[in-house]
Design a binder for this molecule. Structure first.
Ligand code: CP3
Length: 340
């Protein structure tokens, strides 16, 4: 697979491309299937339909990899936390973790078993995808998941989780360790079910000062990577800690690809981490609103990366109001500009 070769830094005939959040609301075909399922969470739990929306962007846009359709928050959900998706406001946990007893009710084995709809989706997707198209599995990083589990929703200040971090770090570590154990089992089972690569999303990494990032976020990502790498060395691991451009030269671990967010200059990522890891990214997602902006963005990244040790992607998820025409234009342009 071109995508897997590129993850391992091998020369490829063109730079493979996919987009974070490529199965989503900007596709009318997605909206139809979501309506049929009844809700976003229902869609995540219906393997046949989840497989259908996973494959849509491959067929409609021609991306080189599919990413499993699911959400990072199904893990706390299946550990035993109630989860709702409030229209227009995003995810909401009505009963966030506040004390040791709350944590004690969450169950590692139950989560691993209840997530079988994900394993089922993967098997269906892999049986339907062309052999050349890679399937990416994923999870949220422990820090990002635990932030949601403690805050109960998205947050601007991270007040509750940071209060805990600075006043009872041992308890925060205990929660992070428990979630990491679930993720080890969960990602192993995704691999056994047929994914060809995995990505770990740490959307809230940038909320932490440097010492806290390495202690509460990176340490657990590293642990998860080492666990998976030791068992499945042929499965590439992509990490995407968002907002950590200041610490790139100190980041290391058992992973293969580093996802560069759009606010990090790609030239700086190349210099600080690009010789040690393959880079993925990092076009600013809003460039997809305009074709000239796409041209300039692609040209800049191609000039720097030169179809070498690079996977093309956006620097965060595709926006819901981007036109499909522009998304297709972007994918075709990258293939054209990078082919040997
Ligand atoms: O990339 C893909 O196409 C695969 C599917 C995927 C989704 N969420 C589907 C989704 C992936 C990889 C995610 C990851 C995810 N989920 C992250 C990490 C990446 C990031 O964006 O930083 C986070 C933080 C979440 C949590 C989450 N889920 C939020 C904040 C929201 C609401 C925001 C929004 O866009 O509505 C979701 C819902 C969600 N997850 C949707 C999709 C397609 C939208 C649901 C819908 O309206 O259909």
């Amino acid at each position: 697979m071109v995508f897997v070769d590129a993850c391992f830094g091998k020369k490829t005939p063109y730079t493979p491309i996919w987009m974070m959040r490529q199965a989503g609301r900007y596709l009318s075909e997605y909206m139809k299937v979501r309506q049929k399922a009844g809700s976003f969470l229902a869609l995540c739990k219906l393997p046949e339909l989840a497989a259908e929306v996973t494959i849509q962007p491959v067929e409609i846009l021609g991306v080189d990899a599919a990413i499993l359709f699911s959400d990072i928050l199904v893990v706390p959900l299946e550990m035993g936390m109630e989860l709702e998706f409030v229209k227009g406001e995003g995810p909401y946990f009505p009963k966030p973790i506040a004390c040791e007893d709350d944590l004690a009710t969450l169950d590692i084995k139950r989560a691993y078993e209840n997530l079988k709809y994900v394993y089922e989706s993967i098997k269906i997707i892999r049986s339907k995808l062309q052999p050349e198209t890679a399937l990416i599995g994923f999870c949220g990083a422990p820090w990002t998941l635990v932030t949601y589990m403690i805050e109960g929703s998205g947050t601007k200040t991270y007040a509750k989780v940071k209060k805990l971090l600075y006043s009872n770090p041992a308890f925060l570590h205990k929660i992070l360790a428990k979630v990491t154990e679930v993720l080890k089992l969960y990602m192993e089972e995704q691999i056994k079910s047929g994914v060809n690569a995995v990505q770990i999303f740490d959307s809230w990494a940038g909320a932490l000062e440097k010492s806290a990032f390495f202690e509460f976020s990176w340490r657990y990502i590293k642990e998860l990577c080492s666990h998976l790498k030791a068992k499945y060395p042929h499965i590439p691991i992509i990490v995407f800690p968002k907002g950590v451009s200041g610490y790139l030269d100190e980041i290391n671990g058992d992973f293969d690809v580093f996802g560069v967010d759009w606010s990090t200059p790609i030239e700086s990522a190349k210099e600080k981490i690009g010789s040690r890891y393959v880079l993925q990214g990092n076009m600013e997602p809003s460039r997809l609103y305009n074709k000239k902006a796409i041209d300039a963005g692609v040209e800049h990244i191609v000039n720097i990366m030169q179809n070498n040790r690079h996977i093309f992607n956006l620097g965060h998820g595709i926006l819901p109001d981007v036109s499909v025409e522009n998304a297709k234009y972007f994918i075709n342009l990258v293939h054209e500009k990078t082919k040997i």
